[in-house]
Ligand binder design. Structure first.
Ligand code: 6GU
Length: 254
């Protein structure tokens, strides 16, 4: 998969892409990430990329021409990418969107600055607008990195264990179960006995119950969309978690 990232601050993107799983995915050729400085596509001696808003008001607006020229350059180098603008006005990024993007061959990410991008970029050059949450960042760069990270780890062969991704928080619809490692006792608290005895069915049952409890406590709004298997339903009822099923059985209800 290929990512092209258009930004006025390309240096912001360097170190997050040089560590850990993303770095290995790049080194292994699973993903190719090119950054482009929008300023390199701006005109004139000062290579201006922003200007004051028509109608007045605070802040500056990103000019359309440098972004258009940078996008034309990317399209020439590698045609056909889906162009995504990172902006707080976009649709909320979630795991389902990450999975959809992971199925594409080429994403072009345009990092807006928070005051905004000329509306004609949005209207004529961009296919989708994405936000990473209900808060305001100084620019789209960190959001682009979030998107690249969440998508890259879903690409085939990127995570060590082939099943690591499907067991995640959110891929099943709720939160992950708690994890433990050595030592067996820490701060006077022991690891739950069931995790130590090698009974894989019992461990799976404990993890399902713990994940559902955790989701009910912390993110109850997630429960309504989860579809449990009949075997899971039986286990949850046995543990007095029928309330979670009630929500799951009545989508849209409370
Ligand atoms: Cl994509 N951009 C900015 N500037 N702020 C954000 C965001 C994006 N997503 C959440 N907040």
């Amino acid at each position: 998969m290929r990512f092209d990232i258009l930004t006025i601050f390309p240096d912001l993107l360097v170190s997050p892409l040089r560590e850990g799983i993303i770095r290995r995915a790049i080194d292994d050729g699973k993903v190719e990430i090119a950054t482009h400085n929008i300023r390199d596509f701006a005109q004139g001696r000062h290579a201006v990329t922003d200007d004051r808003p028509f109608g007045g008001g605070e802040g500056m607006v990103m000019k359309p021409e440098p972004i258009a020229a940078a996008l034309a350059h990317v399209e020439h180098e590698a045609p056909g990418g889906l162009v995504v603008l990172l902006t707080p006005q976009g649709r909320a990024f979630d795991q389902a969107m990450a999975e959809r993007f992971a199925g594409l061959a080429h994403l072009v990410l345009v990092c807006g600055r928070y005051e905004g991008v000329d509306e004609r970029v949005r209207a004529h050059l961009v296919h989708e607008e994405v936000s990473i949450g209900d808060y305001i960042l100084t620019g789209g760069e960190l959001a682009a990195l979030v998107l690249v990270d969440a998508v890259t780890r879903l690409l085939p062969g990127v995570l060590g264990h082939p099943d690591s991704a499907p067991r995640d928080t959110f891929s099943w619809g709720g939160l992950k179960y708690p994890q433990y490692t050595r030592p067996r006792v820490f701060n006077n608290e022991a690891v739950p006995e069931v995790l130590l005895n090698g009974d894989h069915a019992a461990i799976a049952e404990w993890r399902l119950v713990a994940a559902v409890r955790q989701t009910m406590e912390r993110r109850p709004e997630l429960l309504g969309r989860i579809r449990f298997l009949p075997t899971e339903e039986r286990i949850l009822k046995k543990h007095g978690l029928g309330a979670a099923l009630g929500r799951a059985a009545a989508p849209g209800g409370d």
